[in-house]
Design a protein. Structure first.
Length: 442
């Protein structure tokens, strides 16, 4: 008769394998490893957004993450790609004016990255100061689907300027500027940096003027996505005193959006790249002004909130991206799990004792059952078979190996076996005496 015996070490190894497998599976599900590549939507090649995106890609490449730049001709297409989970686009450079009611459930903002001033050129007309003066004028505010067109239409409606008398053209910025030069348009709006080649060319044209938007501050507080900036006198050219006076302008607020399922570690890399690219001073912004928390129509991601309010953590400052990601994951998951398991460690000594003594208990039960079986046996009992079972049990018990701390328990089992053996001898002798006694009396 042989009982199955598992060594305690085998049990602990199997138990550890199961626990580790479950924890790893749960770990990957709760906080999966960040992917090594993702895509960002940018403008057409050569535009400011395209330049920004490619600078981000170069910075992320230092940490072994590939940022794929996908170029789209309009901001509307940026949003469409970002909303589509199957497009592969998880980030986009864009501005205000295109969000939909349900976007907040899918998209998050990482904050503002820069301002793009809107240059308003006019020629051959009385200098306007308010946008309401554009009624009856032929104007260009960008192509359909552009951010400028969407926001300026909001401004025209808000200021009461929009009506059927306005002639709206569908020309790109270069063609619109040429149409203004040729007298086919009265006013052209172009979003660009002050040193853009198209802007410098426009300022060199004869009788070309910049509009000073007198209500710029009020408009920026009324229409989300616009900001009041001032083009300082002489900023474009000190020697020629261009412009010849401070000019109040509206500016588009540029921002970086992500899908809310983009891994937090990759969001942090983007935020760090944003700080490196946009953190310096500029003609229209202060040192450290960007990237910045930005009130808007989409919520700031939790990662961005922590970045702006607490800055990078200790691990992120002094370790590589992948190591800091691992340490953050350990802090997020492993430490709470270990803390939860600490109370269970008090059961370890009991489990250890049970693993070693459980087999002794089984043999004690076998011997007890054998004692019960011997009690009703009469003179016809097969005592030799019982003796053979005891011998088999004895052989199995001799094979048992226990730590020194449990040798006394093994000794008790051997004493139990000896008692059962003596009981067997007594029972067998009694039965033998019963069989021989009638023959003697005869």
């Amino acid at each position: 008769m042989r009982l199955l015996a598992w060594k305690p070490s085998t049990f602990f190894i199997l138990w550890a394998i199961v626990v580790v497998s479950v924890l790893c599976a749960l770990y990957r599900w709760v906080d999966p490893l960040p992917p090594r590549q993702f895509a960002i939507a940018a403008g057409i090649p050569g535009t400011t957004y395209d330049v920004y995106a490619r600078r981000y890609a170069a910075i992320l490449a230092r940490d072994g993450v590939e940022l794929k730049v996908r170029n789209y001709p309009s901001a509307i297409q940026h949003f469409d790609a970002l909303r589509d989970k199957n497009s592969g686009v998880q980030a986009a450079l864009t501005n205000f004016g295109f969000t939909q009611a349900n976007d907040a459930a899918v998209l998050h903002s990482l904050g503002g990255i820069s301002d793009t001033p809107v240059f308003i050129f006019f020629k051959g007309m009385e200098p306007p100061e308010r946008l309401s003066q554009l009624r009856g004028k032929r104007i260009s505010i960008g192509l359909p689907g552009s951010a400028l067109r969407a926001l300026v239409l909001d401004v025209l409606r808000t200021t009461g300027a929009w009506d059927d008398s306005i002639g709206l053209s569908n020309l790109d910025y270069a063609d619109a500027l040429q149409a203004l030069e040729d007298g086919m348009l009265d006013l052209v709006m172009i979003p660009a940096q002050y040193d853009d080649a198209l802007i410098l060319h426009a300022l060199d044209m004869a009788d070309m003027h910049l509009m000073n938007v007198a209500q710029a501050e009020a408009i920026s507080k009324t229409v989300p996505g616009l900001k009041h900036v001032v083009l300082s006198r002489g900023l474009i050219s000190l020697s020629r005193d261009v412009p010849s006076a401070d000019v109040s302008m509206l500016a588009l607020q540029n921002r970086l959006l992500v899908r809310n399922d983009l891994h937090p570690a990759l969001q942090y890399l983007l935020l760090r790249a944003m700080r490196e690219v946009h953190g310096g001073p500029g003609p229209l912004n202060r040192l450290g002004e960007f990237p910045a928390e930005q009130a808007g129509d989409l919520p700031l991601s939790p990662t961005a909130q922590a970045f702006y309010r607490s800055g990078p953590g200790l691990w992120q400052q002094y370790t590589s991206f992948w190591l800091s990601s691992l340490l953050n994951r350990i802090g997020f998951f492993v430490i709470p799990v270990v803390a939860t398991l600490i109370p269970l460690l008090g059961l370890a000594p009991r489990i250890y004792r049970w693993l070693h003594l459980r087999l002794l208990g089984r043999w004690h039960r076998v011997l007890t059952d054998l004692e019960s079986e011997m009690a009703p046996r009469g003179e016809d009992a097969d005592w030799d078979a019982v003796r053979r079972r005891i011998v088999e049990i004895d052989l199995e018990i001799r094979k048992l190996r226990l730590p020194r701390a449990y040798e006394s328990e093994l000794h008790l089992l051997r004493l139990h076996l000896r008692v059962v053996g003596e009981l067997l001898d007594n029972r067998a002798a009694s039965a033998e005496g019963t069989r021989t006694k009638p023959a003697t009396e005869a």
